[in-house]
Design a protein around this ligand. Structure first.
Ligand code: ATP
Ligand code: MG
Length: 383
Protein backbone atom coordinates (compact mmCIF):
# COMPACT_ATOMS: atom_id res chain seq x y z
CA UNK A 1 0.00 0.00 0.00
CA UNK A 2 1.22 3.45 -0.84
CA UNK A 3 2.22 5.57 2.06
CA UNK A 4 -0.20 8.47 2.09
CA UNK A 5 1.07 11.89 3.10
CA UNK A 6 0.15 12.95 6.60
CA UNK A 7 -2.49 15.71 6.31
CA UNK A 8 -1.98 17.23 9.79
CA UNK A 9 0.31 20.15 10.40
CA UNK A 10 1.76 20.31 13.89
CA UNK A 11 4.30 23.09 14.18
CA UNK A 12 4.47 26.78 14.68
CA UNK A 13 3.44 28.87 11.67
CA UNK A 14 2.16 25.71 9.93
CA UNK A 15 -1.21 26.33 8.23
CA UNK A 16 -3.67 23.57 9.21
CA UNK A 17 -5.44 21.41 6.60
CA UNK A 18 -8.66 23.02 7.72
CA UNK A 19 -8.88 26.15 9.80
CA UNK A 20 -11.66 25.73 12.36
CA UNK A 21 -13.44 28.04 14.80
CA UNK A 22 -12.31 31.65 15.01
CA UNK A 23 -15.59 32.94 13.61
CA UNK A 24 -15.08 36.21 15.45
CA UNK A 25 -11.71 36.80 13.81
CA UNK A 26 -12.97 35.93 10.34
CA UNK A 27 -16.02 38.18 10.79
CA UNK A 28 -13.81 41.10 11.80
CA UNK A 29 -11.45 40.55 8.89
CA UNK A 30 -14.37 40.34 6.52
CA UNK A 31 -15.84 43.52 7.94
CA UNK A 32 -12.48 45.28 7.64
CA UNK A 33 -12.14 44.23 4.00
CA UNK A 34 -15.64 45.50 3.28
CA UNK A 35 -14.94 48.83 4.91
CA UNK A 36 -11.74 49.22 2.91
CA UNK A 37 -12.99 47.91 -0.43
CA UNK A 38 -16.58 49.08 -0.51
CA UNK A 39 -16.72 52.15 1.71
CA UNK A 40 -13.24 53.34 0.73
CA UNK A 41 -12.17 53.90 4.33
CA UNK A 42 -9.32 52.57 6.45
CA UNK A 43 -10.82 50.32 9.14
CA UNK A 44 -9.33 50.32 12.62
CA UNK A 45 -6.65 47.69 13.13
CA UNK A 46 -7.44 44.21 14.44
CA UNK A 47 -5.13 42.99 17.19
CA UNK A 48 -4.95 39.27 17.98
CA UNK A 49 -3.41 38.13 21.25
CA UNK A 50 -3.03 34.68 22.75
CA UNK A 51 -0.67 32.15 24.24
CA UNK A 52 1.91 30.14 22.29
CA UNK A 53 0.50 27.77 19.70
CA UNK A 54 -3.06 29.02 19.91
CA UNK A 55 -3.16 29.98 16.24
CA UNK A 56 -2.36 33.67 15.88
CA UNK A 57 -0.01 33.29 12.94
CA UNK A 58 -2.27 30.97 10.99
CA UNK A 59 -5.17 33.35 11.65
CA UNK A 60 -3.14 36.12 9.99
CA UNK A 61 -2.59 33.75 7.08
CA UNK A 62 -6.33 33.14 6.81
CA UNK A 63 -6.92 36.88 6.66
CA UNK A 64 -4.41 37.15 3.82
CA UNK A 65 -6.09 34.26 1.98
CA UNK A 66 -9.49 35.87 2.38
CA UNK A 67 -8.23 39.16 0.92
CA UNK A 68 -6.59 37.36 -1.99
CA UNK A 69 -9.58 35.16 -2.81
CA UNK A 70 -12.26 37.75 -2.39
CA UNK A 71 -10.54 40.86 -3.73
CA UNK A 72 -7.24 39.82 -5.25
CA UNK A 73 -5.42 42.02 -2.75
CA UNK A 74 -1.84 41.26 -1.75
CA UNK A 75 -0.62 40.98 1.84
CA UNK A 76 2.59 42.32 3.29
CA UNK A 77 3.58 40.12 6.23
CA UNK A 78 6.32 40.89 8.71
CA UNK A 79 7.35 38.85 11.72
CA UNK A 80 9.25 40.82 14.36
CA UNK A 81 12.49 39.11 15.40
CA UNK A 82 13.99 39.32 18.89
CA UNK A 83 16.23 42.33 19.44
CA UNK A 84 16.03 43.46 15.84
CA UNK A 85 14.19 46.37 14.29
CA UNK A 86 11.42 45.33 11.90
CA UNK A 87 11.36 48.55 9.89
CA UNK A 88 13.95 47.49 7.25
CA UNK A 89 12.07 44.28 6.50
CA UNK A 90 8.73 46.06 6.39
CA UNK A 91 10.08 48.67 3.98
CA UNK A 92 11.59 45.96 1.77
CA UNK A 93 8.37 43.95 1.66
CA UNK A 94 6.29 47.04 0.95
CA UNK A 95 8.57 47.81 -1.98
CA UNK A 96 8.17 44.25 -3.30
CA UNK A 97 4.39 44.54 -3.05
CA UNK A 98 4.53 47.85 -4.86
CA UNK A 99 6.52 46.29 -7.71
CA UNK A 100 3.98 43.49 -8.01
CA UNK A 101 1.09 45.94 -8.01
CA UNK A 102 2.72 48.15 -10.61
CA UNK A 103 3.26 45.10 -12.76
CA UNK A 104 -0.46 44.35 -12.50
CA UNK A 105 -1.31 47.88 -13.53
CA UNK A 106 1.01 47.74 -16.53
CA UNK A 107 -0.37 44.40 -17.63
CA UNK A 108 -3.91 45.70 -17.39
CA UNK A 109 -2.90 48.64 -19.56
CA UNK A 110 -3.88 51.23 -17.01
CA UNK A 111 -1.95 54.45 -16.91
CA UNK A 112 -1.41 56.77 -13.98
CA UNK A 113 -3.79 59.24 -15.60
CA UNK A 114 -6.80 57.01 -15.34
CA UNK A 115 -9.10 58.55 -12.77
CA UNK A 116 -12.34 56.79 -13.61
CA UNK A 117 -13.44 53.33 -12.66
CA UNK A 118 -11.91 51.93 -9.57
CA UNK A 119 -9.53 54.81 -9.10
CA UNK A 120 -12.06 57.03 -7.40
CA UNK A 121 -11.22 60.26 -5.64
CA UNK A 122 -12.58 58.99 -2.35
CA UNK A 123 -10.37 55.95 -2.45
CA UNK A 124 -7.34 58.03 -3.19
CA UNK A 125 -7.60 61.02 -0.95
CA UNK A 126 -7.21 64.43 -2.47
CA UNK A 127 -3.46 64.85 -2.06
CA UNK A 128 -2.78 61.51 -3.63
CA UNK A 129 -4.97 62.20 -6.60
CA UNK A 130 -3.24 65.48 -7.31
CA UNK A 131 0.06 63.73 -7.16
CA UNK A 132 -0.95 61.16 -9.73
CA UNK A 133 -2.58 63.66 -12.06
CA UNK A 134 0.42 65.86 -12.24
CA UNK A 135 2.94 63.10 -12.10
CA UNK A 136 4.52 65.18 -9.38
CA UNK A 137 7.97 64.49 -8.08
CA UNK A 138 7.30 61.80 -5.49
CA UNK A 139 10.17 62.87 -3.28
CA UNK A 140 8.67 66.26 -2.60
CA UNK A 141 5.12 65.05 -1.96
CA UNK A 142 5.59 62.02 0.21
CA UNK A 143 6.65 61.84 3.84
CA UNK A 144 10.31 61.55 4.72
CA UNK A 145 10.23 58.68 7.21
CA UNK A 146 11.00 55.27 5.69
CA UNK A 147 7.77 53.49 6.65
CA UNK A 148 5.64 56.44 5.66
CA UNK A 149 7.39 56.74 2.33
CA UNK A 150 7.22 53.04 1.51
CA UNK A 151 3.63 52.66 2.62
CA UNK A 152 2.50 55.74 0.68
CA UNK A 153 4.15 54.50 -2.51
CA UNK A 154 2.66 51.02 -2.11
CA UNK A 155 -0.83 52.31 -1.37
CA UNK A 156 -0.72 54.57 -4.42
CA UNK A 157 0.35 51.60 -6.54
CA UNK A 158 -2.46 49.52 -5.02
CA UNK A 159 -5.08 52.14 -5.77
CA UNK A 160 -3.84 52.57 -9.32
CA UNK A 161 -4.25 48.83 -9.72
CA UNK A 162 -7.77 49.11 -8.35
CA UNK A 163 -6.71 47.12 -5.31
CA UNK A 164 -5.92 47.53 -1.63
CA UNK A 165 -3.46 46.06 0.81
CA UNK A 166 -3.44 43.87 3.89
CA UNK A 167 -0.58 44.43 6.32
CA UNK A 168 0.12 41.85 9.01
CA UNK A 169 2.62 42.30 11.84
CA UNK A 170 3.35 39.14 13.84
CA UNK A 171 5.18 38.66 17.17
CA UNK A 172 4.52 42.32 17.85
CA UNK A 173 5.35 41.89 21.56
CA UNK A 174 8.99 41.68 20.49
CA UNK A 175 8.99 45.16 18.98
CA UNK A 176 10.26 48.04 21.05
CA UNK A 177 7.67 50.50 22.10
CA UNK A 178 9.46 53.21 20.12
CA UNK A 179 9.42 51.30 16.86
CA UNK A 180 5.82 50.25 17.30
CA UNK A 181 4.89 53.85 18.02
CA UNK A 182 6.69 55.05 14.88
CA UNK A 183 4.86 52.46 12.79
CA UNK A 184 1.45 53.29 14.18
CA UNK A 185 2.12 57.03 13.88
CA UNK A 186 2.32 56.50 10.11
CA UNK A 187 -1.01 54.67 10.11
CA UNK A 188 -2.59 57.36 12.22
CA UNK A 189 -1.23 60.13 10.04
CA UNK A 190 -2.84 58.61 6.96
CA UNK A 191 -6.13 57.63 8.51
CA UNK A 192 -7.83 60.56 6.82
CA UNK A 193 -6.51 59.52 3.41
CA UNK A 194 -9.06 56.71 3.26
CA UNK A 195 -6.54 54.16 2.07
CA UNK A 196 -7.92 50.69 1.35
CA UNK A 197 -5.58 49.28 3.97
CA UNK A 198 -6.41 46.53 6.46
CA UNK A 199 -3.93 46.18 9.32
CA UNK A 200 -3.67 43.13 11.56
CA UNK A 201 -1.28 42.79 14.48
CA UNK A 202 -0.61 39.60 16.46
CA UNK A 203 1.32 38.96 19.64
CA UNK A 204 1.52 37.29 23.01
CA UNK A 205 -0.78 38.58 25.75
CA UNK A 206 2.05 40.82 27.02
CA UNK A 207 1.27 43.09 24.06
CA UNK A 208 -1.57 44.36 26.21
CA UNK A 209 0.82 45.55 28.91
CA UNK A 210 -0.21 49.16 29.62
CA UNK A 211 3.44 50.17 30.02
CA UNK A 212 4.11 49.40 26.39
CA UNK A 213 0.80 50.46 24.98
CA UNK A 214 0.55 52.50 21.83
CA UNK A 215 -2.52 54.71 21.48
CA UNK A 216 -3.33 53.82 17.90
CA UNK A 217 -3.44 50.12 18.74
CA UNK A 218 -5.43 50.73 21.91
CA UNK A 219 -8.17 52.13 19.71
CA UNK A 220 -8.10 49.02 17.55
CA UNK A 221 -10.27 45.96 17.94
CA UNK A 222 -8.65 43.46 20.29
CA UNK A 223 -9.46 39.78 20.14
CA UNK A 224 -8.01 37.22 22.50
CA UNK A 225 -7.65 33.80 20.89
CA UNK A 226 -8.39 30.98 23.31
CA UNK A 227 -8.83 27.23 23.18
CA UNK A 228 -11.07 25.72 20.48
CA UNK A 229 -14.54 24.29 21.14
CA UNK A 230 -14.85 20.49 21.14
CA UNK A 231 -17.02 20.54 18.00
CA UNK A 232 -14.41 22.54 16.13
CA UNK A 233 -11.63 20.27 17.36
CA UNK A 234 -13.57 17.25 16.14
CA UNK A 235 -13.93 18.80 12.70
CA UNK A 236 -10.22 19.66 12.63
CA UNK A 237 -9.38 16.04 13.36
CA UNK A 238 -12.03 14.17 11.37
CA UNK A 239 -12.20 16.08 8.10
CA UNK A 240 -8.56 15.95 7.03
CA UNK A 241 -8.48 12.20 7.65
CA UNK A 242 -11.65 11.64 5.63
CA UNK A 243 -10.41 13.82 2.79
CA UNK A 244 -7.09 12.01 2.74
CA UNK A 245 -8.89 8.70 2.41
CA UNK A 246 -8.42 7.18 5.85
CA UNK A 247 -11.44 8.16 7.99
CA UNK A 248 -11.22 8.43 11.76
CA UNK A 249 -13.63 6.36 13.87
CA UNK A 250 -15.95 8.36 16.13
CA UNK A 251 -14.58 6.74 19.25
CA UNK A 252 -11.02 7.51 18.15
CA UNK A 253 -11.98 11.13 17.60
CA UNK A 254 -13.58 11.22 21.09
CA UNK A 255 -10.27 10.22 22.65
CA UNK A 256 -8.23 12.80 20.74
CA UNK A 257 -10.73 15.63 21.18
CA UNK A 258 -10.68 15.09 24.94
CA UNK A 259 -6.92 14.78 25.18
CA UNK A 260 -6.20 17.93 23.18
CA UNK A 261 -8.09 20.14 25.60
CA UNK A 262 -8.86 22.37 22.63
CA UNK A 263 -5.26 23.54 22.33
CA UNK A 264 -4.76 24.01 18.54
CA UNK A 265 -1.13 22.93 18.46
CA UNK A 266 -2.03 19.75 20.35
CA UNK A 267 -4.92 19.09 17.94
CA UNK A 268 -2.51 18.95 14.99
CA UNK A 269 0.02 16.97 16.98
CA UNK A 270 -2.50 14.31 18.03
CA UNK A 271 -3.87 14.11 14.49
CA UNK A 272 -0.38 13.72 13.13
CA UNK A 273 0.48 10.86 15.47
CA UNK A 274 -2.86 9.12 14.98
CA UNK A 275 -2.27 9.18 11.24
CA UNK A 276 1.19 7.79 11.71
CA UNK A 277 0.01 5.05 14.07
CA UNK A 278 -2.62 3.98 11.53
CA UNK A 279 -0.19 3.61 8.64
CA UNK A 280 -1.32 0.69 6.50
CA UNK A 281 -4.85 0.62 7.98
CA UNK A 282 -8.03 1.65 6.24
CA UNK A 283 -9.22 3.86 9.05
CA UNK A 284 -8.05 5.36 12.33
CA UNK A 285 -9.21 3.31 15.31
CA UNK A 286 -9.21 3.77 19.09
CA UNK A 287 -6.02 1.71 19.27
CA UNK A 288 -4.31 4.12 16.93
CA UNK A 289 -5.65 7.04 18.96
CA UNK A 290 -4.23 5.61 22.18
CA UNK A 291 -0.85 5.03 20.59
CA UNK A 292 -0.97 8.61 19.34
CA UNK A 293 -1.68 9.96 22.82
CA UNK A 294 1.55 8.56 24.22
CA UNK A 295 3.69 9.75 21.34
CA UNK A 296 2.12 13.20 21.18
CA UNK A 297 2.22 13.73 24.92
CA UNK A 298 5.89 12.89 25.00
CA UNK A 299 6.51 15.42 22.27
CA UNK A 300 4.47 18.09 24.02
CA UNK A 301 6.22 17.44 27.30
CA UNK A 302 9.72 17.28 25.95
CA UNK A 303 9.29 20.02 23.41
CA UNK A 304 7.12 22.62 25.01
CA UNK A 305 7.02 22.08 28.74
CA UNK A 306 10.46 20.67 29.53
CA UNK A 307 12.24 23.36 27.55
CA UNK A 308 10.47 26.06 29.58
CA UNK A 309 11.08 24.20 32.81
CA UNK A 310 14.78 23.64 32.14
CA UNK A 311 15.12 27.27 31.20
CA UNK A 312 14.08 28.20 34.77
CA UNK A 313 16.51 28.41 37.72
CA UNK A 314 15.82 26.22 40.78
CA UNK A 315 14.20 29.17 42.56
CA UNK A 316 12.10 29.96 39.53
CA UNK A 317 11.07 26.32 39.32
CA UNK A 318 9.86 26.48 42.93
CA UNK A 319 7.80 29.49 41.98
CA UNK A 320 6.40 27.73 38.90
CA UNK A 321 5.50 24.72 41.03
CA UNK A 322 3.59 26.97 43.44
CA UNK A 323 1.70 28.62 40.58
CA UNK A 324 0.94 25.23 39.02
CA UNK A 325 -0.33 23.83 42.33
CA UNK A 326 -2.65 26.79 42.76
CA UNK A 327 -4.00 26.56 39.21
CA UNK A 328 -4.59 22.82 39.37
CA UNK A 329 -6.13 23.01 42.84
CA UNK A 330 -8.19 26.19 42.64
CA UNK A 331 -8.04 27.34 39.01
CA UNK A 332 -6.45 30.62 40.02
CA UNK A 333 -2.99 31.93 40.88
CA UNK A 334 -1.87 35.47 41.73
CA UNK A 335 1.35 36.97 43.07
CA UNK A 336 0.12 37.10 46.69
CA UNK A 337 -1.34 33.58 46.51
CA UNK A 338 1.90 32.19 45.08
CA UNK A 339 3.88 33.86 47.88
CA UNK A 340 1.53 32.36 50.45
CA UNK A 341 1.87 28.95 48.80
CA UNK A 342 5.65 29.25 49.14
CA UNK A 343 5.31 30.50 52.72
CA UNK A 344 7.31 33.61 51.86
CA UNK A 345 6.72 37.34 52.02
CA UNK A 346 5.57 38.65 48.67
CA UNK A 347 8.39 41.19 48.52
CA UNK A 348 10.92 38.34 48.72
CA UNK A 349 9.54 36.34 45.79
CA UNK A 350 8.11 38.97 43.48
CA UNK A 351 11.42 39.13 41.56
CA UNK A 352 10.83 35.50 40.55
CA UNK A 353 7.42 36.37 39.21
CA UNK A 354 8.88 39.29 37.26
CA UNK A 355 11.63 37.14 35.77
CA UNK A 356 9.21 34.43 34.68
CA UNK A 357 6.92 37.01 33.14
CA UNK A 358 9.85 38.48 31.29
CA UNK A 359 10.94 35.07 30.00
CA UNK A 360 7.41 34.47 28.83
CA UNK A 361 6.90 31.27 30.80
CA UNK A 362 4.11 32.96 32.71
CA UNK A 363 1.90 35.81 31.68
CA UNK A 364 -0.33 38.10 33.67
CA UNK A 365 -3.97 38.79 33.02
CA UNK A 366 -4.79 41.54 35.47
CA UNK A 367 -3.66 40.13 38.82
CA UNK A 368 -3.89 36.52 37.58
CA UNK A 369 -0.84 34.48 36.64
CA UNK A 370 -1.12 31.93 33.84
CA UNK A 371 1.21 29.60 31.98
CA UNK A 372 1.91 30.73 28.45
CA UNK A 373 1.64 27.17 27.17
CA UNK A 374 -1.74 25.53 27.85
CA UNK A 375 -1.47 22.27 29.80
CA UNK A 376 1.80 23.18 31.47
CA UNK A 377 0.34 23.58 34.98
CA UNK A 378 -0.85 19.96 34.92
CA UNK A 379 2.50 18.82 33.57
CA UNK A 380 4.45 20.66 36.29
CA UNK A 381 2.28 19.02 38.94
CA UNK A 382 2.97 15.55 37.58
CA UNK A 383 6.65 16.29 37.14
N1 ATP B 1 -8.08 27.42 13.91
C1 ATP B 1 -7.24 26.38 13.78
N2 ATP B 1 -7.68 25.21 13.26
C2 ATP B 1 -6.86 24.15 13.15
N3 ATP B 1 -5.55 24.17 13.51
C3 ATP B 1 -5.05 25.31 14.03
C4 ATP B 1 -5.87 26.46 14.19
N4 ATP B 1 -5.13 27.44 14.72
C5 ATP B 1 -3.90 26.94 14.88
N5 ATP B 1 -3.82 25.67 14.46
C6 ATP B 1 -2.58 24.84 14.50
O1 ATP B 1 -1.91 25.14 15.72
C7 ATP B 1 -0.50 25.25 15.54
C8 ATP B 1 0.00 26.59 16.03
O2 ATP B 1 -0.48 27.66 15.23
P1 ATP B 1 0.29 29.07 15.14
O3 ATP B 1 1.71 28.86 14.79
O4 ATP B 1 -0.50 29.96 14.28
O5 ATP B 1 0.20 29.56 16.66
P2 ATP B 1 0.68 30.97 17.27
O6 ATP B 1 -0.40 31.44 18.17
O7 ATP B 1 1.10 31.88 16.20
O8 ATP B 1 1.93 30.53 18.16
P3 ATP B 1 3.21 31.42 18.60
O9 ATP B 1 2.77 32.32 19.71
O10 ATP B 1 4.21 30.42 19.10
O11 ATP B 1 3.69 32.16 17.40
C9 ATP B 1 -0.25 24.94 14.07
O12 ATP B 1 0.11 23.59 13.97
C10 ATP B 1 -1.59 25.21 13.40
O13 ATP B 1 -1.77 24.42 12.25
MG1 MG C 1 2.90 32.69 15.72
Amino acid sequence: MDRMPNPYRPGFNAPPPIFVGRDGVLASVSEGLDVAALDGRTPRPLILTGTRGVGKTVALGEAAALAAERLGWPTVHVEVRPKRPFTPLLVERLAAARDALEHTTRKAGRSTHVTGGKLSATALGVGAEVMIERGADPVSTIPADPIGRALTATMLAAMRAGAGLVLTLDEAQLATRGELAAFTAVLQEHMGDDWPLVVLVAGLPSLRDPNRSVTYLERGEWQELGLLDPDDVRQALVEPAATAGRPMDDAAADILVGASGGYPYAVQLYGHHAWRASDGSRHITTDHARTALDAARRELEEGLYASRWNDASPKEQEYLAAVAALIVRTGEATGPLAAAELGAAQSRVSYLRDRLLKKGTLYAEGPRLLFLTPGMAEWVMKH
